[in-house]
Structure formats: C-alpha cells, structure tokens
Design a protein around this ligand. Structure first.
Ligand SMILES: Nc1nc2c(c(=O)[nH]1)N[C@H]1C(S)=C(S)[C@@H](COP(=O)(O)O)O[C@H]1N2
Ligand SMILES: [Mo]
Length: 332
C-alpha cells in the first residue's frame, strides 16, 4: 500500500550506522550528530560526498543568464540568528523527490533545463499570462538577500542566505481577483529528465499552496538564488518558494505555475498521507509528527541538536494570520 512505502528519510533506527563508520572519513561531515534520522541519512551523505569530490570539476554548471543579478544586497532585517550552514552541505544534502527519494540528488538534478523557463499565472486572475523567467525577474525589481532558518519536517535544519524577492510582489504582478483565497504553486513535470517522476505512485506534479494572507506575509519569499549566486538545480532553480515558519516541504521548488483559487488545494504530501502532512504545516515543537518528536532538530553540520521553536522562531511575523483558526490543524 502506498502509505507503507518508506520515504528516503524514514530510516529505521536499527539501520543507523555508528558515527565512526563514516564520520571520520569526511571532514565536511565533522560534527554532524548521529540522531536516528540523520545517522541513517548520513550514510548516504558520506557516499554522496565521495562522488561530489570526484565530480566537482567535471560537472559543468548550466548556463544561467541571470548571473549578473548576484550577489544582491543583503536585507539586514532577516539575519538567520544562527550559525550559517556551509554552502557545501546546503547544496549537496537535498530533498527533491523528482530526482530521487534520498538526499543525494544534487548530481542527478544538474540536467534540469533551467532555460527557457516559462512561469504561468492563471485561475482567478484578471487575465492569465505566461512569462519567461528572465522577464519575470526584470519585472520583480532588485533582488535582495535574506538569511532564513529552514526546518524540515524530518527534524534537520539549516540557516542559509537566499536571494530573491518578496512573494507579495509576485502576487501583485499576477493580479488575482478579490475572490481568490489561495495560491497553488506547481513544480515542472518532465519524467524524461526527472526520473523520480516515473515513480507513478507519487501524485506528480509536486504542488503546494498558501492562503493569500500567507502568500502576502512579509516573510514569504520567492528565492532565485542562494549563497550570492543563481540557484543551483538541486535547491529549486530557477524559482522556488521559501516559507521559513513552515516545515520545509511547503517550500516548493522549480515552479512553473501559480494558480489562484477560492478552493483550498491538496498538496503533494497531503495527497500521499494526510494524517501526517497537512495544509498548514506550521512548525511547532509541541506537536509531534505521528511517528517522531518535533521538539528538537539537528542543524546540518553541527554537533548538537537544538530546541525547535514555535513557528521556527518567526511568531512575531506570522501569528496574527492564524488568530481564531481553532478548528484547523495548524501544526501538521
Ligand atoms: N518540487 C519539490 N519541492 C520540494 C521538495 C521536493 O521533493 N520536490 N522537497 C521539499 C522538502 S521536504 C524540503 S525540506 C525542501 C528542501 O530544500 P533544499 O534541498 O533546498 O534544502 O524542499 C522542499 N521542496
Ligand atoms: Mo523537508
């Protein structure tokens, strides 16, 4: 049955490898603690880095005409407030199921054709339109850099500098009707290059949704770059969502379509297992995932777990959105 299929990060505790088996081998991984989830994933990560070292020179980056936009000016209002995750870890330890249900997809994802790339706006908008990504970037005005914390539902986290623009600007550009209540974002669909999409038991394409209040909140960010450079494919080139107060699976990558609607969408993971992954997915250390605690998290590359914060520490920005929604499962 579908829901019995183990996801890449659902490593049974019994399969976790003692730290000594791999930790000593790669300095990059030094200090990555062996929590049950990450220890298992770490085996894959160690293997990944062996390949990464061998192929770093060989893998030619995909040509990206937007290179001149980077690095953008840093917006000092969003500073992360935690040690920055290394670029090496953030760009080689990824979730992108289109390219495989494990963390080591960065090399496979290099084939993603990021140009030409068309973004479509449709549904409840004044007029549907499609625009080439570089024209969209030009219309969005100057990019900025924001350092945000990122908390995956699997209980690992990172702190990274995204480049991009506020999602509110994109919503204004799309001109939704006043009756629109939700925006759904859809990832590309191309099984020829994304072999994960040949796995027909997943409900491709990956989609995620936000309410209009969430999409226009000041934190909601469309990221087009990371670490002062254009986004590499593995992190969701050429454009992805970043909602730092929600679990990472909301932050949909490589978006081709924004659809406005008065109906709440069913997202990719919600369609797979609604009892574990809901629409709201706000971070809350007090609400456990049905199969593990969300009380603490493992920052990538650090030795110690740290406490998880309500709304991932962004309560002051977003709590008002959820006032009075007592009947909603806000934290799943
Ligand atoms: N299209 C798509 N978007 C996705 C995913 C995915 O598998 N496919 N994984 C999500 C999850 S679970 C996380 S934690 C983040 C990971 O982003 P990163 O690889 O840049 O750290 O991307 C999210 N966006
Ligand atoms: Mo995630």
């Amino acid at each position: 049955m579908l829901i019995k299929r183990r996801r890449g990060w659902e490593i049974p505790e019994g399969r976790s490898t003692p730290e000594s088996a791999w930790l000593d081998r790669r300095r990059l991984l030094k200090g990555l603690a062996a929590g049950p989830i990450l220890a298992g994933a770490g085996v894959g990560l160690a293997g990944c880095m062996e390949e990464a070292e061998a192929d770093q020179q060989a893998a030619a980056p995909v040509a990206d005409p937007s290179t001149g936009l980077y690095p953008p000016k840093t917006n000092m209002r969003y500073r992360g407030e935690r040690p920055m995750t290394t670029e090496e870890l953030a760009t080689t330890y990824n979730n992108f199921y289109e390219f495989g249900s494990h963390k080591n997809i960065w090399r496979a994802s290099q084939v993603l054709p990021i140009r030409p790339w068309t973004v479509t706006f449709d549904g409840m908008v004044e007029a549907p339109k499609s625009v080439a990504i570089d024209d969209l970037l030009a219309a969005m005005g100057p990019l900025e850099e924001r350092v945000y914390r990122h908390r995956c539902v699997e209980a690992w986290s990172m702190t990274v500098p995204w480049a991009g623009f506020p999602m509110r600007r994109l919503v204004e550009y799309a001109k939704p009707l006043g009756s629109a209540k939700y925006v759904t974002m859809q990832t590309f669909q191309n099984p020829e290059i994304a072999s994960g999409q040949k796995q027909h038991w997943y409900p491709w394409p990956y989609v995620e949704g936000l309410t209009m209040a969430e999409a226009t909140n000041e934190l909601a960010f469309m990221a087009t770059g990371i670490y002062g450079k254009p986004m590499p494919p593995q992190n969701g080139s050429p454009i992805r969502l970043v909602t730092p107060w929600k679990y990472g699976f909301k932050s949909v990558k490589s978006i081709v379509r924004f659809t406005f609607s008065d109906q709440r969408p069913v997202s990719f993971w919600e369609a797979i297992q609604a009892s574990e992954y809901g629409f709201w997915a706000n971070v809350n250390p007090g609400v456990a995932h049905p199969r593990w605690s969300q009380a603490t998290e493992q920052p990538l590359g650090q030795s110690d777990r740290i406490p998880t914060l309500l709304y991932n520490g962004y309560t002051e920005y977003v709590a008002d959105i959820y006032k009075g929604m007592n009947n909603e499962r806000l934290f799943m």
